[in-house]
Design a protein around this ligand. Structure first.
Ligand SMILES: Cc1cc2nc3c(=O)[nH]c(=O)nc-3n(C[C@H](O)[C@H](O)[C@H](O)COP(=O)(O)OP(=O)(O)OC[C@H]3O[C@@H](n4cnc5c(N)ncnc54)[C@H](O)[C@@H]3O)c2cc1C
Length: 436
């Protein structure tokens, strides 16, 4: 039985071709021991391995495939200073004290990623002016203006620009206004994940690739034993950093989220003269639509889009017809679009769209449920997991540690519910699109 969900796509070539560092590691073929076993080598696992190694703990990291195989090697690469849920929803869910801390931690997320990039000399950030968040229809102009005021009152470098100023920033008059958030970053998530992986290794983490964790069992001495196809590790703490790629190792862990497909696509390299007029200050765009809307430039001269597609199963391709239309709507001068590649990856969507840190048993931990906003969050939660050991965690983590997996109700049927929800979102987007 495979201990990974089926993943028909490889890591996109646009990321792999710009990061050809050799990160060859062996398969685990012996029985060994360590303080901690980190399962997974996406951003969560790699940040955790880095922090634990830095704190002097012995770490074994197990990756079923290669570093960045999961969402971290496939993401659109926008690192934003906020959560999927609104600030009001966060305060309602967590209460004022913890909610405010979480909002602040999320706001600091891109800065935290920047600090790690700088400190460990990881070349993953694309040059750019931040996030251009367009209001795609009338009801959202006011919402974004209010949002700008909220953040300005908190001292953030965020402003709302009306039509002509916003058009200048993005090189298109498609939107009547939008928010410019200079705190956000645009990165190669693959290079970021691999840079963290490489630095965890430098700090002493023992890393194994093509080595899935198959089973985690408590030993007679109350430590944990993690079994792999050709070896095992005995340890005090096990950390599941497998997010949407979780399958079958710890009972019920994958029932805490609904796996949803997210898609990406790149164009072929665009004529440089034309490219200069698209996103002239190198912002990345998303807008107030509920479904995919991201557009950014890659250093290779290609355009990169967040794209829709069949969301509930591994089969199916990115919807390039809709993506082509979106490009034409925003940048009509682009003419006929030649595509480079398209791909997809799994996203872990929780019912309330909030992420979780879970203590599965004393010494066994997991972080999951980033809902497609995971680059800064996985960096934050990788750090937070490094404060969780044995039967306790540091007080005042940014998330409460949950003792039970909050299972998605009727999990086997959840794809149907999620598909219906996505259909409704699409409809809402289409209706809002008409209210210009
Ligand atoms: C198409 C797409 C676009 C996205 N865009 C954005 C975006 O623009 N901004 C943003 O913030 N977020 C985005 N996300 C979400 C973000 O990519 C993820 O939330 C984040 O990368 C999760 O990191 P992770 O380390 O927790 O998990 P992953 O990166 O998924 O890593 C999990 C790892 O665990 C390994 N694994 C699983 N099971 C085992 C096992 N049994 N043994 C050993 N290893 C195992 C997997 O092989 C994988 O490498 C996007 C995701 C997708 C798919």
């Amino acid at each position: 039985m495979s201990h990974l969900p089926y993943e028909p796509y490889s890591i996109p070539a646009c990321y792999q071709s710009s990061d050809t560092r050799e990160l060859e590691r062996k398969i685990l073929t012996s029985d060994t021991h360590s303080d901690a076993v980190v399962i997974g080598s996406g951003i969560t696992g790699n940040t955790l391995a880095l922090h634990l190694s830095e704190a002097g703990r012995s770490v074994v990291q197990l990756e079923a495939k290669v570093p960045g195989w999961g969402g971290s090697g496939r993401a659109f690469g926008s690192v934003v200073p906020c959560h999927k849920n609104s600030e009001d929803a966060i305060l309602r869910h967590y209460g004022t004290r913890r909610g405010t801390r979480l909002i602040d931690a999320l706001a600091h997320g891109p800065a935290l990623v920047s600090q790690l990039l700088e400190r460990y000399k990881i070349d993953a950030a694309f040059p750019g002016g931040g996030w251009a968040f367009g209001a795609h229809s009338k009801p959202f102009y006011k919402k974004l203006q209010k949002r700008a005021e909220y953040w300005q009152a908190r001292g953030a470098d965020v402003e709302y620009l009306g039509g002509s100023e916003f058009s200048e920033v993005i090189g298109s008059d498609y939107y009547r206004g939008g928010l410019i958030d200079k705190r956000a970053l645009s990165v190669s998530p693959y290079s970021y994940a691999r840079g963290l992986f490489e630095n965890a290794h430098r700090l002493g983490a023992k890393q194994y690739i093509n080595t899935p964790a198959l089973d985690v069992q408590q030993t007679q001495t109350k430590s944990w034993s993690v079994t792999t196809p050709q070896g095992s590790v005995e340890c005090e703490n096990v950390y599941f950093c497998t997010n949407a790629y979780t399958k079958g190792v710890w009972p019920g862990l994958e029932k805490g989220f609904i796996p949803v497909r997210g898609f990406g696509a790149t164009t072929a390299a665009v004529d440089p003269a034309q490219l200069d007029s698209i996103l002239p200050q190198n912002h990345f765009i998303t807008d107030t639509r509920q479904l995919w809307s991201g557009i950014r430039k890659l250093p290779s001269g290609q355009l990169h889009l967040g794209v829709g597609g069949p969301a509930m199963g591994a089969k199916g391709k990115a919807d390039l017809k809709v993506a082509r239309q979106r490009l034409k709507d925003v940048y009509p001068a682009i003419g006929s679009v030649e595509w480079g590649e398209s791909w997809s990856g799994w996203i872990a969507v929780s019912v309330d769209q909030f992420p979780r840190i879970i203590r599965l048993a004393d010494g066994v931990w997991a972080a999951q449920g980033y809902n497609g906003r995971g680059i800064a969050l996985s960096t934050l939660l990788g750090r937070e997991l490094s404060f969780c050991h044995g039967d306790s965690e540091k007080e005042d983590l940014i998330l409460p540690v949950e003792k039970k997996i909050r299972k998605v109700p009727f999990h086997p049927f959840s794809p149907l519910g999620a598909a219906a929800m996505i259909g409704i979102y699409g409809l809402q987007d289409a209706i809002a699109d008409r209210i210009k």
